[in-house]
Design a protein. Structure first.
Length: 471
């Protein structure tokens, strides 16, 4: 009998059902270096998947004998493994431990071989940027004995999760809290979509500023604007001044305001800039490790401004846009899961949705794979009429935290000079929604004015509304 661990594992798969059910989900065909052993394992695995039990030796011998895909020079070797398979007397716990070690060792070995192929240019899809992820995945191989959440037995744990405020990061804005049932959960990917200049970065800066005031640690990664430009927007928001006023404040006054702000703020806010289309989650992981070591900083939320100008850690830039952008989205979501934080990012609308005042999910630029990966996906919609009201419309496109048709559309106040968003009173909310929805329907400005007056018993607070014309 062959005492190599591969043969001991194959014997165990045939004769020990408890062992088989425990280890088979973690074993892979390419862990077996010997081609004949690989074929043997493939047949055992296929039989188990079909019949939910390991094959006996007779069934295995018949399956192998009738497999025309087995090369002639390997057929005798595979049959020899079947004939030499005998029940062993190994300790089940020992065999399980040795199998886990075997899986770890082979995963690392395969990752190293794959890395060499990538470095030699033999892989047409993956770049050397994928190497850290390949090795990290290999080093993470292990037997996870947690097979899931038992609906009845773990009901109390589930209830505690529902009512644990730590599990969600709240919004400043009431309606966003309402539609998400208290904020965005950890380990999620959340996306805001808008056209150029509508307010993607403003939205994320405003959210980041609110959270740091609430005591959260915030990491803001920018691949679009310089760190200082993001800092400028945060200054305007947190100090309550316009961008123009910020340029006029004296240094002593500026420093004093920041010291006062720092004294009442418990959270930390780190802004990190990367070159456009260069940074990927591998860089972000390295940054997170560095921040932990140097500053003892662990974020509660990560903002990435914005997804489409990040790079993938797995695919080359020549890959089709659907696959490439979807890969970036999956990698960012994986980063959130790994570090137990929500990730909030942004994306552009495509050319067709740029001037649309009622966006749909298919108007995301470059890849439908992004909204399919995201947990929460909203659009910011601007128009000339909303700009005059200092408002922006939010439309829910996807919401895994609640019903996306509940407050599907609503408007927020926007102060672009101070880089802030704010809640609106009910009547002001009505103005914005009336203007947007009815101009889409082609109603005249006078009809909008009359309808608003009938509902609120006052004129809309929009100077010159009665002079607007709808094309």
């Amino acid at each position: 009998m062959d005492d190599r661990i591969e043969r001991v594992i194959l014997n165990g798969l045939i004769f020990d059902e408890k062992y088989t059910r425990k280890v088979l989900p973690f074993l892979k065909e390419d862990y077996f270096e010997n081609p004949a052993e690989r074929i043997f394992f493939r047949h055992v695995n296929q039989f188990f998947e079909k019949y939910n039990k390991a094959p006996d030796l007779q069934a295995l011998a018949i399956a192998i004998s009738t497999d025309r895909k087995i090369p002639e020079d390997l057929f005798a070797s595979v049959k020899a493994i079947v004939n030499n398979t005998k029940k062993g007397e190994t300790l089940p716990e020992w065999l399980s431990d040795q199998t886990e070690k075997f899986c770890k060792d082979r995963a690392v070995y395969n990752a190293v071989i794959k890395s060499i192929e990538i470095l030699d240019g033999k892989d047409s899809k993956l770049t050397k940027d994928a190497l850290p992820q390949l090795l990290q995945d290999a080093l993470g191989v292990g037997f996870d004995l947690n097979v899931g959440h038992d609906y009845f037995e773990n009901a109390e744990q589930r209830y505690e999760f529902y009512h644990d405020p730590v599990q969600k990061i709240p919004f400043k804005l009431k309606l966003l809290n309402k539609v998400t049932k208290g904020g965005i959960p950890r380990k999620t990917l959340n996306v805001v979509m808008a056209g150029t200049g509508v307010g993607k970065s403003l939205f994320m800066c405003d959210y980041a500023a609110f959270l740091v005031l609430e005591g959260y640690n915030v990491l803001y990664i920018t691949a679009e604007m310089a760190e200082m430009r993001i800092g400028e927007r945060l200054d305007a928001n947190l100090l309550g001044v316009t961008l123009d006023e910020l340029m006029e404040i004296g240094k002593d006054n500026y420093t004093a305001r920041l010291e006062k702000l720092k004294a009442k703020t418990k959270g930390k806010l780190i802004v990190k800039e990367y070159p456009t289309a260069v940074a990927h989650v591998g860089h972000f992981r390295a940054l997170l490790s560095e921040l932990k070591v140097k500053l003892n900083f662990k974020p509660d939320i990560i903002f990435v401004d914005y997804l489409n100008i990040c790079a993938s850690s797995r695919f080359k830039t020549g890959t089709d846009s659907y696959t490439y952008i979807k890969a970036i989205a999956e990698e960012l979501r994986g980063l959130g899961v790994e570090y137990d934080v929500p990730v909030f990012t942004a994306t552009q609308v495509n050319r067709g949705g740029f001037s649309n005042t009622d966006m749909e999910m298919d108007e995301v630029s470059e890849s439908w794979g992004l909204p399919s990966t995201a947990d929460f996906f909203i659009a910011l919609i601007g128009s000339e009429e909303l700009d005059k009201l200092n408002q922006v419309m939010v439309k829910q496109l996807k919401n895994r935290y609640g019903d996306p048709n509940y407050f599907k559309r609503f408007v927020l106040g926007i102060d672009r000079n101070k880089m802030k968003l704010y809640d609106l009173e009910e009547k002001a909310q009505l103005v914005g929604q009336t203007v947007v929805m009815q101009t889409e329907a082609g109603k005249s400005s006078s009809a909008i004015t009359r309808e608003f007056f009938n509902k609120s018993n006052r004129k809309p607070p929009l100077k010159g509304l009665d002079k607007l014309h709808v094309d």
